[in-house]
Design a protein around this ligand. Structure first.
Ligand SMILES: Nc1ncnc2c1ncn2[C@@H]1O[C@H](COP(=O)(O)OP(=O)(O)OP(=O)(O)O)[C@@H](O)[C@H]1O
Ligand SMILES: [Mg+2]
Length: 381
């Protein structure tokens, strides 16, 4: 089944998968395809390759989707009747905007945003990209300006980080640790009261950093945001479980990403989250009828000479081995995820860093029936 069929009636599409498998590329190509169907589409990319960002005219200073100039997208063999809006996520700014929205008043907002602990935390927390991607999704979804939102996910080694991010963060805010810290007799109070205060005041004298007051302001101000965070978390859960939301699991045919894709699919099932299917990217496609490399060599000897013809035969043999390996990987993925007909995107000759490249990927994603067979056959060894 093509991506077009799979995404019928979906409003939120999340592309998840291991690092480097093609999540960003796939997200952009899907958004392009949905825009070609006449939709107004926003794609949220995360750290796109510089050249891809340039190709889409993505301004990294922006933390809102901007419409991709239709002139950039015409003349590449794809007619866009809809609109493509794209942005690259700025985790820190998304976090700041979230604090701004959740703050009950200006004072709380400034206290948090100006706070040194917050500043360190918001830019340093490794999981904040996962969390902020979801926060951005929530925001765009509730604004209701788009027919479809395509969300790229961060290059975490483990795709599960993304799924667990909202829970981990609200867990932190709701958790015992923070409550204990905030309680009148909690750690904060003890720290002030106990001898530790001396350490902080020495620190302050030596470094000029008033860590203790930073810490207590930080936790007090954050305390005021807990309800807002909790509400958001519930909203995010609702989006992730919505029938109009779907997760596409992107993978390459290599062993590790495949194992992770299978695991992730299981986790989606456990969490009752919608699985839209597999995209197996960068596949060496196996020809329906493989040519015998020895025959190829024999046929080329006259024209290319013995040495070159042998090289061609060797290369063909290697490609066929890779194609056999990838075919086995796709079969394993099918078997273990229950997706009987994963979308296959062949390994293209070069990187995908311009509109032509995206259109090529898009074609593989959206083709169906005979067109799809023909495209795959053309890419096969
Ligand atoms: N089908 C393909 N054929 C050839 N190159 C591809 C294909 N798909 C993606 N690429 C290239 O592979 C590289 C990784 O792709 P991409 O950045 O989309 O992966 P990612 O999953 O988003 O990575 P990360 O986890 O680091 O964010 C890029 O250079 C991209 O141009
Ligand atoms: Mg990426």
């Amino acid at each position: 089944m093509s991506i077009g069929d799979r995404l019928e009636g979906k409003r939120v599409v999340i592309c998840a998968g291991s690092g480097g498998v093609g999540k960003t590329t796939t997200s952009a190509a899907i958004a392009l395809g949905l825009a070609a169907q006449g939709k107004r589409v926003a794609v949220v990319t995360i750290d796109p390759a510089r050249r891809l960002a340039d190709a889409l005219g993505l301004d990294e200073l922006d933390n809102e989707p901007r419409q991709v100039d239709p002139a950039r997208l015409t003349g590449h063999g794809l007619e866009l009747t809809g609109e493509l809006w794209a942005m690259q996520l700025d985790a820190k700014r998304t976090f700041d905007e979230l604090i701004t929205k959740l703050s009950p008043d200006d004072k709380t907002r400034e206290e948090v945003l100006d706070n040194r602990i917050y500043q360190e935390l918001s830019s340093a927390v490794a999981g904040s990209q996962e969390f902020t991607a979801i926060a951005k999704l929530y925001e765009l979804d509730s604004e209701g300006n788009y027919d479809a939102i395509v969300l790229d996910t961060p290059p975490s080694r483990n795709a599960l980080d993304f799924l667990e991010a909202p829970d981990r963060l609200t867990g932190f805010f709701e958790g015992r640790a923070l409550r204990m810290f905030l309680a009148p007799t909690g750690i904060a109070a003890k720290v002030v009261g106990a001898g530790t205060g001396v350490v902080f005041s020495v620190l302050k004298r030596v470094t000029g950093v008033d860590l203790l007051s930073d810490l207590s302001v930080f936790f007090r101000a954050l305390g005021g945001l807990i309800d807002g965070f909790r509400e958001r978390a519930a909203g995010v859960k609702a989006i992730l479980g919505d029938p109009a939301t779907t997760f596409l699991v992107v993978t390459s045919p290599e062993r590790e990403p495949v194992t992770e894709a299978i695991y992730f699919r299981g986790k989606l099932r456990d969490a009752d989250m919608p699985f839209g299917g597999l995209v197996v990217n960068r596949v060496h496609v196996r020809a329906a009828k493989e040519e015998d490399p020895d025959d190829v060599r024999a046929a080329l000897v006259e024209e290319l000479g013995e040495a070159l013809a042998a090289k061609v035969a060797t290369t063909l043999r290697e490609q066929q081995l890779l194609a056999a390996r990838d075919e086995a990987a796709v079969q394993r993925l099918s078997r273990e995820t229950g997706d009987e007909d994963p979308v296959i995107v062949p390994l293209l000759d070069g990187d995908v860093h311009d509109v032509d490249g995206l259109v090529a990927i898009h074609r593989h994603l959206f083709a169906s029936g005979r067109e799809r067979d023909a495209l795959l056959a053309a890419a096969a060894y």
